[in-house]
Design a protein around this ligand. Structure first.
Ligand code: HEC
Ligand code: HEC
Ligand code: HEC
Ligand code: HEC
Ligand code: HEC
Ligand code: HEC
Length: 512
């Protein structure tokens, strides 16, 4: 710069404004992003690699950086222009002069491009590994540890424990990704700011349709035969008397379209069942319609007790019954105290010779605790107090029996209840069956009356028959003798015949 020169001597060209570090950084950034995007896109296109998280990087994480790079270019120019106008005498320092005729420049540029390519390829491989990781159940279940802990814990012991979360929840390919990217980025924000509902509300409204998930593995044309099922039950008496229930569940049979009967009839393509729920939880159902596509017969049912005007009802979209309307807990079952204690007594992890252990364990698990540590202390105190007051002899001769029971009940708590996320069995009722929540009885009740005055079937035998308890002597001695009907265990009289099971049974200690 020459001090003595008049101002007018330094004339700036438009191009000069672009020689500044900010603009240069913007250019480098946007070119880099473009190259990475191109590599990723090519991997997805030509190598046929499909991953939901390709989309995450390709469409969600990188574009803002590209945008930033592009914005920096004029921003830097504008800033330089202002600076030059304020002190007009300043000459422009041109950082880079590339002269390809100069061999030094040429070789440097060549080395730079080569090195850049190597770095790019390596980082693309690294990023690819990251996708694999993000797709895994470990990422979904453990990275957002606190939020996903309840679902992840119960998933690990479910029949789907070896299936990735993504195969039911995310789906591959850019098109699905495009649909979920908005909610996805909101979720990340919500977790970071601890601003999410506890428990996470169900049902999930934007869950992938069953055709894309369940039906990829469970062939819908496959007919399931009746399923024998023995469920363990124990009374609340001193002896914890076992009262197992043995059922033959009429899951389905016959061929699709022709003579299919049973429960999976709901999924028959020729038999369309639709419903309109009363509220967002889908726990109460206001309207149901069955259409037989072969005979053209239509049966429409409406709830008598859920009063709602026609205009309000039909303003809501009807939902076609899908696997998830019954199997809503295929991998996240949160067992009630009743169920988890019955299972532990059956398996022997809880000592059934301890007097009243069924009732006391259920009572201890039914209490609501503010945190896990409070629950551990509460369970220990409750069982300890009961046995030291009522059965001091056990405490004196064999205290291990009581400490073992305490440990078992604490473990049951940790596997089924998550105070930090306010998750307990009541937050997520299971729709298979009807014992502890309405389940099938959401539709199959006397309350659902058709336009022709017919009520929905509640006849026990439509869905299952009762079998006489198994005789001891292994599977060879098994018999399939039908029991005359259901005999309600314990002394509850005939009341159970008039009332829906779930009105008394709520999974906890309310029965005692
Ligand atoms: C077999 C399919 C399947 C797999 C595998 C699966 N889920 Fe789910 N998940 C579901 C269904 C179905 C629902 C919806 C329940 C509803 O809408 O009532 C759900 C619901 C959820 C919910 C909402 C809360 C709730 O319990 O309803 C969360 C959170 C969740 N899943 C997380 C996960 C995580 C984390 C994994 C992997 C560790 C996973 N899921 C694996 C099928 C699956
Ligand atoms: C990636 C494949 C896959 C997907 C997706 C899948 N399942 Fe399964 N499912 C399986 C396998 C494998 C088993 C058998 C597990 C076993 O017997 O241990 C199974 C078992 C089951 C069972 C029987 C469980 C039992 O108690 O024996 C039900 C019910 C079921 N799945 C429902 C569903 C529903 C509903 C969905 C969709 C939300 C779904 N599955 C999605 C593979 C899958
Ligand atoms: C109307 C309710 C309902 C619908 C809809 C439904 N199921 Fe089922 N499903 C049942 C019941 C009830 C059982 C037997 C009870 C049990 O699992 O213990 C059953 C059993 C099963 C089994 C286990 C069969 C066996 O022999 O172990 C599988 C697998 C299954 N269903 C998959 C599906 C799939 C996939 C869909 C969707 C295409 C579906 N179900 C739709 C109610 C339903
Ligand atoms: C959304 C409402 C709804 C739910 C929930 C529901 N069903 Fe149904 N179910 C129907 C309708 C509608 C029909 C057909 C009635 C008709 O044709 O008039 C039906 C028919 C049946 C039939 C008779 C099939 C035949 O062979 O005639 C069985 C069995 C059955 N359901 C079992 C179940 C079981 C088990 C569950 C719970 C796992 C269940 N349903 C849950 C609406 C429902
Ligand atoms: C709409 C179909 C349907 C009707 C009607 C029905 N049930 Fe059930 N019931 C089921 C299903 C589904 C299950 C669960 C089977 C399973 O878990 O595999 C079940 C389970 C049961 C169980 C075992 C509960 C457990 O957890 O061990 C008993 C007991 C039972 N039902 C009694 C009855 C009685 C009594 C009636 C008649 C008043 C009746 N059911 C009517 C569908 C039905
Ligand atoms: C009027 C209330 C009431 C109704 C309705 C009722 N129960 Fe019960 N049930 C009880 C009580 C109280 C007990 C507790 C007996 C005990 O543990 O000593 C019980 C116990 C049971 C048990 C054994 C305990 C256990 O481990 O679960 C089974 C099984 C059972 N009920 C099934 C059913 C079924 C299935 C229905 C619906 C068809 C039903 N109950 C309806 C009150 C009722």
């Amino acid at each position: 710069m020459n001090e003595g020169q008049p101002e007018a001597a330094v004339r700036h060209k438009f191009a000069d404004y672009f020689y500044n570090p900010v603009t240069l950084a913007g250019m480098i950034l946007s070119v880099l992003v473009l190259v990475v995007e191109a590599v990723l896109w090519a991997t997805e296109m030509f190598l046929g690699v499909e991953s939901p998280y390709f989309g995450l990087v390709l469409y969600l994480i990188l574009p803002p950086f590209f945008g930033l790079g592009i914005l920096l270019i004029p921003a830097g120019a504008w800033w330089t222009r202002r600076r030059l106008r304020r002190s007009p005498g300043t000459a422009v320092t041109k950082h880079i002069h590339i002269d390809f005729a100069n061999p030094v420049h040429r070789n440097t540029a060549f080395a730079f491009i080569l090195g850049g390519m190597v770095i790019l390829v390596m980082s693309a491989a690294g990023i690819y590994q990251t996708y694999h990781f993000t797709e895994s159940s470990t990422f979904c279940g453990e990275v957002c540890h606190k939020v996903m802990e309840p679902q992840f814990t119960v998933y690990k012991t479910s029949p789907h424990a070896s299936i990735n979360c993504a195969s039911c929840h995310i789906g591959a390919g850019a098109s699905y990704f495009a649909k979920s990217k908005i909610t996805g980025s909101y979720q990340i924000y919500a977790v970071l700011t601890d601003n999410y509902p506890k428990p996470i509300p169900a049902p999930i409204k934007n869950l992938r349709p069953a055709q894309e998930t369940c039906e990829q593995c469970h062939w819908p044309q496959h007919f399931y035969s009746p399923k024998e099922r023995t469920s363990p039950h124990f009374l609340s008496d001193e002896k914890n008397t076992p009262v197992p229930v043995r059922l033959m569940v009429n899951v389905g049979g016959g061929r699709v379209g022709k003579g299919q009967t049973g429960i999976h009839l709901h999924m028959n393509i020729n038999h369309v069942i639709e419903y309109i729920p009363y509220d967002d939880t889908r726990e109460a159902i206001a309207w149901v319609r069955a259409t037989d596509r072969i005979t053209g017969e239509i049966s429409e049912y409406r709830s008598k007790s859920l009063t709602i005007s026609d205009s309000e009802l039909f303003a809501r979209p009807a939902r076609r019954v899908d696997c998830i309307d019954c199997h809503n807990r295929p991998s996240h079952k949160f067992l009630s105290p009743q169920k988890i204690v019955n299972e532990a007594l059956e398996a022997g992890t809880l000592d059934r010779t301890l007097p009243y252990i069924k009732r006391e364990a259920v009572r201890a698990l039914d209490k609501s605790y503010a945190s896990r540590s409070e629950a551990m202390a509460g369970i220990a105190a409750a069982l300890h107090d009961f046995y030291s007051e009522q059965y001091p002899a056990i405490e004196q001769t064999n205290p291990r029996r009581i400490t073992d029971a305490i440990l078992a009940v604490q473990d049951m708590h940790n596997k089924s209840q998550f105070p930090e996320m306010r998750v307990r069995w009541k937050a997520y009722p299971d729709h298979i069956g009807h014992l502890e929540s309405p389940g099938c009885f959401r539709c199959h009740t006397d309350d659902m009356v058709s336009t022709k005055g017919k009520t929905m079937t509640r006849d026990c035998k439509t869905c299952h028959t009762f079998l006489k308890p198994e005789t001891s002597g292994g599977w060879q001695a098994r018999s399939y003798i039908e029991a005359p009907g259901f005999e309600h265990p314990g002394d509850v009289g005939d009341m159970w015949k008039e009332t829906a099971c779930h009105e008394c049974h709520q999974g906890g200690a309310e029965l005692y």
